[in-house]
Write a protein that binds this ligand. Structure first.
Ligand SMILES: Cc1cc2nc3c(=O)[nH]c(=O)nc-3n(C[C@H](O)[C@H](O)[C@H](O)COP(=O)(O)OP(=O)(O)OC[C@H]3O[C@@H](n4cnc5c(N)ncnc54)[C@H](O)[C@@H]3O)c2cc1C
Length: 489
């Protein structure tokens, strides 16, 4: 008889684990509290506009391809991918911006124009980043974080010094232009911490950025969710939406034996949770929780976000599909996220206009606009604050890109800390999990397997390897392998 596994939540890590476990011949049931699958990667459709509500940058296409290949499929079986050119644009002031093209040659030229001699340095920087990317993919990220020894291989041992320095120091050493410094520090923001608190080794994200490029799946990131659900269904995974898990049950011998939904007990041989780790442990009686409130409180969390989804009545100019507004002090904003959590006075922000490259995402002649302001998790969230920051960033965008935007708004929906908590049971309303700092890397992160309850496992952005869609796919694979290894004992 097949062993039955229930999975809490349907984020990318749960979807990934579900397919791997079904492939390993488990009976798999996924329970999601929301009406749609995919976790934070939800889609908003309104008046002919389509928005990705969460992730919008498709990086590391090799990780997606390798996921599909594990099921004898390829990305093309599910969606069309386009490499964006420019990958993104960074705005530094009025009529002052840098576009990051779709090849290293184009990027070297842009660097050289900005700072004489910098293209040579960038070449060296990217060679090292590429080497680290290959080591990370081959030797590090596909490890379950059980023991520090997993990280010790003949190649990684030579890299030890890159864990003792940080990205900011390296970038400042080689590049003088404040603009180039900001561009080179941007990719590590995906890891959730300040560049000064992120080990140099993580410069592999710079290779992901410049070397592997920024891609767009037709119809947006939600296409990945549809692909993974279709794959899961083809393997026999059962999906249950609109079904919040109220409790994880444990038998007298200390073994997880099921969940409670709508007051009803559902039995299982194994329980896996891909909901936020902190919330998942709260579904257990207190004696079965491994990590205390003070443990979570001391951790460095990735930012939360204030998000706006705006339908614009006409096309916009002087921006790109992905546009970063880095026209204010980067360090001051970072301090307001990490050091003294408060609303930043003058925030950096990110604007996404997917309909610039994908006509399916807005009605003809109109533009879909998604704005993201990174903020500290757990800070106050009110409608007045949302309104204030909407006006602030729109005023700046109008001035910097020299066009009226506010008067073109057909509608504007927002999403912030309170929604992250309400919709996803997110700890303090974090948007993308537990940051990857030195002390929160690999075996130092919350574990995939409970130390107190047998047959209970965790996956997702608060465990290994960390935040982001590609790591979520990897997290699902890691936990599926762990489950399959321990049940075959
Ligand atoms: C605004 C934003 C922008 C981002 N941008 C990018 C990007 O551009 N590129 C990138 O790679 N990554 C990005 N990320 C990060 C990426 O989206 C996440 O790391 C990834 O989607 C997390 O997946 P996960 O599997 O950990 O679970 P989640 O997506 O967190 O899913 C967990 C699921 O569990 C459900 N759940 C919670 N409690 C229960 C319960 N009791 N019962 C049932 N279900 C429950 C939740 O509803 C949710 O659906 C972004 C994230 C956000 C929020």
């Amino acid at each position: 008889m097949k062993r039955k596994i229930v999975i809490v939540g349907s984020g990318f890590s749960s979807l990934s684990a579900a397919s791997y476990l079904a492939q390993k011949d488990f009976e798999v049931h996924v329970y999601e509290k929301n009406q749609t699958l995919g976790g934070r990667a939800r889609q908003l459709k309104k008046d002919g506009f389509t928005f990705d509500m969460g992730p919008s940058w498709y990086w590391m296409p090799d990780v997606f391809e390798s996921f599909y290949n594990d099921f004898e499929k390829t990305t093309k079986d599910f969606y069309q991918l386009e490499r964006l050119d420019p990958g993104y644009q960074v705005v530094f002031g009025e009529n002052e911006s840098i576009a990051i093209g779709d090849s290293l040659e184009k990027i070297y030229t842009v660097f050289e124009n900005e700072e004489k001699g910098s293209s040579k340095k960038l070449k060296r920087f990217i060679e090292l980043a590429k080497e680290n990317y290959e080591i990370a993919i081959q030797n590090l990220v596909y490890r379950p974080g059980i023991s520090p020894l997993e990280l010790v291989t003949p190649v990684t041992i030579k890299k030890i010094k890159y864990f003792l320095s940080n990205i900011k120091r390296d970038v400042y050493k080689d590049f003088k232009s404040p603009k180039l410094r900001q561009i080179l520090q941007f990719p590590v923001l995906f890891l959730g911490a300040k560049p000064s608190n992120t080990p140099s080794f993580y410069n592999f994200m710079n290779f992901a950025d410049f070397g592997l490029g920024t891609w767009h799946p037709e119809n947006g990131m939600y296409s990945i969710v549809l692909a993974m659900v279709a794959l899961g269904e083809s393997l026999g995974v059962h999906f249950h939406t609109d079904t919040a898990v109220e409790k994880i049950t444990v038998d007298a011998s200390g073994k997880a034996n099921g969940i409670v939904v709508n007051g009803e007990a559902i039995t299982a041989d194994i329980v896996l949770s891909g909901a936020d780790y902190h919330h998942s442990e709260k579904l257990l009686d207190p004696k079965y929780r491994v990590y205390s409130e003070s443990y979570w409180d001391k951790k460095v969390f990735a930012p939360s976000s204030l998000l706006f989804y705006i339908g614009l009545n006409q096309k916009v100019k002087n921006v790109s599909h992905h546009t970063l507004f880095f026209d204010v002090d980067f360090d001051l904003h970072a301090q307001a996220i990490y050091d003294q959590p408060e609303w930043p006075e003058n925030p950096l922000f990110y604007a996404n206009f997917p309909s610039m490259s994908d006509p399916t995402m807005a009605p003809k002649g109109k533009e879909a606009c998604f704005l993201l302001i990174p903020i500290a998790p757990g800070i106050e969230d009110t409608s007045e604050l949302r309104e204030h920051y909407l006006n602030l960033v729109l005023d700046r965008m109008e001035k910097l890109t020299e066009q009226p935007i506010k008067e073109q708004m057909l509608f504007c929906e927002s999403f912030c800390v309170n929604d992250f908590i309400e919709d996803y049971n997110s700890y303090k309303g974090n948007a993308y999990g537990l940051a990857n700092t030195l002390l929160q890397t690999a075996f130092l992160r919350p574990k995939l397997k409970s130390k107190k309850v047998k047959n209970l496992y965790f996956t997702g952005q608060l465990t290994v390897p960390g935040p982001g869609v590609p790591p979520a796919l990897i997290s699902g694979k890691l936990v599926a392998d762990l489950i399959s290894a321990s049940t075959s004992d």
